[in-house]
Design a protein around this ligand. Structure first.
Ligand code: ADP
Ligand code: MG
Length: 700
């Protein structure tokens, strides 16, 4: 691992000994360990177990108690695999434990049958139950004993590790035991003793010992907690330092919002803000009031009404005599925001403009001049263009709408201004709190969870067999018959083969000649030129087209309340968040929306993911599920390892520790404790790991 803290004298640091020289490793295994990014003794020490098998409480069968974690050992006397109704499977393994018979059961894990040999000596570990006079372990942990293993030696707590081809668990355990023997005591502890005692943390060298050679599950947990906390604490300290630097170096214009201004802004909307919108507005108003630049993320599900919140903040800035800007990633989105805002302000004198590419040169110059003179008060445009061509006069608030591309930019990028604008980043992709803290650890977060009243939920159905498809297309035709419109979304523009269903063109041809013949169909994809795309979208908007067959270009920028049906081809090929986003297109109006997920994929993961969409319409619930199924790196779009700022912790799995680390870090930095000499070693590690990533000055 490259991001291990640097150690003063690397040349002679024994912890950097190449792993091949660790006793029991050797050159051959060292090569294989390379697959796990283990290159030095230190890397091996920090190869953290995923958990333990706890075989401490091995009992004789007559001593077993129901529903308590215990183990038994015995020989395999019968192996049985069965098909149950509904496609489920059951594997049952019978053990003879010194004359008493005990059964282990596994549902839907047919491969467990092959896991056992007849007469094999194994340990079952779990919470047994007594069923019809016999003890059963449902889904027990299993540990194989070799013939000469004696059960007392086998009893104990055994770490489990991520492995690689060619290294089995026994070999890994031998190597980690050996590296602990030789090197654990040499690992310095960056946390001062008093601090450790306050948080009840073991010494680092002790923790490494307990991780790899645990004497109890309890010690193992304490050790694991220590190592994960270190990782998360260092990261959160980096975040807290960045915030401190940011707060000390930049000042913003304070924006006061009087009751009168508040009432005037609210009168513009023909609805009352929801509770969630109100809460977000309050948080923003309180930030704007100060001279420290606001740095806030506003996240809400699609359709929750972020625009109203954004508009509120912008008008507050204008009322206080400043300039404000709303920036979107694309021209379509910028134009859409502009249309909304311009209409809301039709009766108002707010001096405003839309800055996008393709403006006549004279108009653009006029706008740019009005911005730099301060005459233009409210601006909407694409982020790229605004940052390139505009110099503001009194910019107090910048709003960045990132839509689904969250995490791409956190900085508004207004360098060269003496006073920094308050920044509000809006994202339409709900992000689990754990990932928010990872990716946006130094942003404050406002979350709108509920939708405005009266919103219909989209009925979502997975279609997995041919026969259902015909009925589905009938349904689509009937919806169109009563005046509605539909989307058909395909994963890719071009297929590998001619009859590849993914190809949007092929789907278009197929539907035009068969399922949807006689209806007016439109085709839309990213390879079409801009004018053509706009024309098709306009036709769809004014109902000249009944069904739009498209790639995911419709994900952003299309808002057609009359469209109520969406058919998603090969749904398993989309991410969960993306499917939810797509589905958000058909709950725009007052009609009931229907989403069909076509998928013949039968992997448990694909079925799980699509089931999550069928069951929930809450973007936050779906986001949690997504993070759990795919892992944080994939969700954040930083697939390459190393882009995630963490070494061993997983923010989703270790969320509780993450929150704790965050509180401790904030408290340490705010109170100044972190600047005390006893934290010098820790600070060096934090800067070494994060100064670069977080844009921190090396001196802290
Ligand atoms: P998003 O959060 O996806 O950007 P929008 O701001 O586009 O959502 O709002 C979606 C729709 O909901 C808009 O038509 C908007 O006028 C409407 N809306 C927003 N807030 C409310 C509210 N409090 N009550 C009723 N309708 C609202
Ligand atoms: Mg929006």
């Amino acid at each position: 691992m490259s991001d291990i803290p640097s150690i003063p004298d690397a040349g002679t640091d024994p912890l950097l000994t190449p792993v091949q020289y660790v006793p029991t490793v050797g050159p051959q295994r060292a090569l294989l360990l390379g697959n796990l990014e283990i290159r030095t003794a230190r890397d091996l020490l920090f190869h953290i177990p995923t958990g333990v098998n706890d075989f401490t409480d091995v009992r004789e069968v007559p001593q077993l108690q129901p529903d308590v974690e215990q183990s038994v050992h015995g020989r395999v006397v019968d192996r049985d695999g069965r098909q149950l109704s509904g496609g489920r499977t059951l594997v049952a393994i019978l053990l003879n434990c010194r004359g008493h018979f005990v059964r282990g059961l596994w549902f839907n894990q047919p491969w467990m049958l092959k896991r056992f040999r007849d007469d094999e000596h194994v340990v079952f570990s779990g919470k047994p139950q007594r069923k019809m006079g016999r003890w059963e372990f449902s889904n027990p942990k299993v540990y194989s004993l070799s013939d000469d293993d004696d059960i007392d030696a086998a009893a104990g707590v055994f770490p489990k590790y991520p492995l690689t081809e060619g290294i089995n668990i026994e070999q890994m355990r031998r190597m980690t035991r050996s590296v602990v023997d030789q090197f654990a005591d040499l690992v310095p502890d960056p946390l001062p003793e008093a601090f450790r005692e306050r948080l009840d943390l073991p010494r680092l060298s002790t923790a490494l010992q307990w991780l790899h050679c645990p004497d109890s599950a309890k010690h193992f947990e304490a050790a694991r907690n220590r190592v994960l906390l270190d990782d998360l604490l260092e990261f959160q300290l980096g975040m807290a330092l960045r915030r401190r630097v940011w707060n000390r170096s930049f000042k913003a214009f304070p924006i006061k919002v009087s009751q009168k201004v508040d009432a005037r802004i609210r009168r513009l909307f023909d609805f009352r803000l929801t509770q969630g919108q109100d809460a977000a507005v309050n948080e923003i108003v309180s930030d704007l009031n100060g001279t420290q630049p606001m740095h806030r993320l506003l996240q809400a599900d699609v359709g929750a009404g972020k625009t109203a919140v954004a508009v509120y903040a912008m008008l507050a800035a204008v009322a206080a005599g400043y300039q404000t800007v709303l920036m979107a990633p694309t021209e379509v989105l910028a134009t859409q925001h502009w249309d909304t805002i311009d209409e809301l302000l039709s009766e108002s004198r707010v001096n405003r403009g839309l800055l996008i590419g393709g403006l006549p040169v004279a108009r653009k110059k006029q706008l740019v001049d009005a911005i730099s003179s301060g005459e233009a008060q409210l601006l909407v445009g694409t982020q790229a263009l605004i940052q390139e061509s505009v110099k503001f006069n009194r910019l107090a608030l910048a709003i960045i709408d990132e839509q689904h591309r969250f995490g791409v930019r956190q900085r508004a990028g207004f360098s060269g201004y003496e006073t920094q604008p308050h920044v509000l980043v809006m994202t339409a992709t709900p992000i689990p709190r754990s990932l928010c803290l990872t990716r946006f650890g130094d942003l404050d977060v406002s979350t709108i969870r509920e939708l405005p009243p009266g919103r219909q939920k989209v009925v979502t159905t997975r279609i997995s067999v041919e026969a259902q498809q015909a009925r589905m297309w009938d349904f689509v035709r009937r919806q169109i018959g009563v005046g509605r419109q539909a989307y058909v979304v395909c994963p890719r523009v071009e297929g590998q083969t001619e009859d590849d269903l993914n190809a949007v063109e092929t789907v278009y041809q197929q539907l035009a000649h068969h399922e949807l013949s006689g209806l007016r169909l439109g085709l839309l994809h990213g390879r079409m030129d801009r004018d053509e795309r706009h024309r098709v979208m306009d036709q769809f908007r004014c109902e000249e087209i009944n069904v739009l067959i498209s790639t995911t270009v419709i994900e952003v920028g299309v808002n057609v309340p009359n469209a109520t049906v969406m058919v998603i081809q090969q749904a398993e090929r989309f991410g969960l968040a993306q499917l939810h986003q797509l589905r958000g297109r058909i709950c725009r109006g007052s009609f009931q929306g229907y989403c069909f997920l076509l998928s013949t994929a039968d992997s448990p993961e694909a079925i799980d993911r699509l089931a999550a969409l069928e069951q929930s319409s809450d973007g936050f619930v779906i986001a949690e599920k997504d993070a759990e199924l795919r892992g944080p790196g994939d969700v954040l779009g930083v697939r390459q390892s190393g882009s995630l700022p963490l070494r061993v912790a997983n923010p989703v799995r270790d969320f509780v520790i993450l929150q704790k680390a965050r509180l401790i870090a904030q408290e340490m930095v705010q109170s100044g404790e972190f600047d005390l000499p006893e934290f010098r070693a820790l600070k060096a590690i934090v800067l070494d790991r994060f100064a670069h990533v977080l844009d921190l000055p090396q001196t802290g």
